[in-house]
Design a binder for this molecule. Structure first.
Ligand code: SIN
Length: 302
């Protein structure tokens, strides 16, 4: 039988398939489509200290091969997530979740990490220093190695849980940022977040998104994500969760060959809510065709 299991910082996942933050809410909207316990894990919506409505609308625009979003981290805030969302998740998901956190200052990241530290359901804290849709915070921390290291070191001190720093592709050298995070104590890295983009409504002659610009995700960005995972794999020793345009079992395998220890699926869930289920079910077939017995053996083989 195909062995699809992988390990992230001592946490064994049955398979490497993880819905990405921002495309799966807190799981509730997906739980009636299929039993979510088939997933390796899932990363919940980026959560901040205070509740946030997010950016003005319109904040999504379809593009060829992808979607542009400028959501602006809409979420109910860390207290509601701990007191309401996580107990709701516990009713339908029995595995450790990945808690994605965002912030507008180092102190806010630290606050969220401290609050999640004692929560048993949380396996990994994913620290989003790469949101392109905020006028402060977000990618401002993720585009400078010093700032990225500062957030990483502070969150490192705040929690005993594994911390994975989510990196932006909107930088000159992603490897420099990756190394800074590794040196500051990150247990792993998640990459890539969305690519900054824009659309214009040619009838109104105005940007389609109220925030003017947004992050591009979906199939169109897969080769860029793959290249960055490949480069970062060579630069650091800590595990990488690869993401960006992954939409099939073949893509998961390609991402792992580039160096990912696990793989997140984002925009494809919005196009097809069964995407992760179909990918998990298809992986054994693709593994057999390629002569792969243990998925973890292919990590970084390229
Ligand atoms: C958002 O809520 O703006 C998307 C999150 C992100 O891209 O990090």
């Amino acid at each position: 039988m195909a062995d699809m299991s992988v390990v992230l910082s001592g946490i064994k996942l049955e398979n490497p398939v993880i819905p990405a933050s921002g495309c799966f809410g807190y799981g509730a909207e997906f739980k009636d489509f299929y039993d979510l316990n088939i997933l390796g894990s899932f990363s919940f919506k980026g959560t901040t200290k205070e509740p946030r409505f997010g950016n003005p609308t319109p904040r999504v625009a379809e593009c060829t091969g992808g979607i542009l979003n400028s959501i602006g981290l809409q979420n109910p805030g860390i207290e509601a997530v701990i007191n309401e969302e996580l107990p709701r998740i516990a009713a339908f998901f029995k595995k450790p979740v990945i808690a994605n956190i965002g912030g507008f200052s180092v102190d806010e990241f630290v606050y969220c990490a401290e609050r999640l530290d004692g929560v048993e359901q949380v396996g990994i804290i994913e620290v989003n220093i790469s949101c392109p849709n905020l006028h402060k915070g977000g990618v401002n921390f993720g585009s400078d190695p010093k700032a990225a290291a500062e957030v990483t070191a502070a969150v490192r001190k705040a929690t005993g849980k594994p911390i994975y720093i989510k990196l932006s592709p909107n930088v000159t050298s992603i490897t420099e940022i990756a190394k800074a995070c590794e040196d500051a104590g990150a247990d792993g890295l998640s990459l890539i977040n969305t690519l900054l983009g824009m659309r214009i409504d040619i009838k109104s002659r105005k940007p389609l998104l109220a925030n003017k610009m947004g992050g591009l995700s979906g199939r169109a960005i897969f080769p860029v994500a793959l290249r960055m995972v490949y480069e970062v794999r060579k630069a650091v020793k800590i595990p990488i969760i690869g993401m960006g345009g992954v939409a099939s079992a073949e893509d998961v395998i390609e991402m792992m060959m580039a160096g990912a220890s696990a793989v997140q699926i984002g925009a494809e869930n919005l196009r097809n809510p069964f995407a992760c289920k179909e990918i998990i079910e298809d992986l054994p077939r693709v593994m057999a065709e390629l002569g792969i017995e243990r998925l973890r053996d292919i990590i970084g083989v390229a």
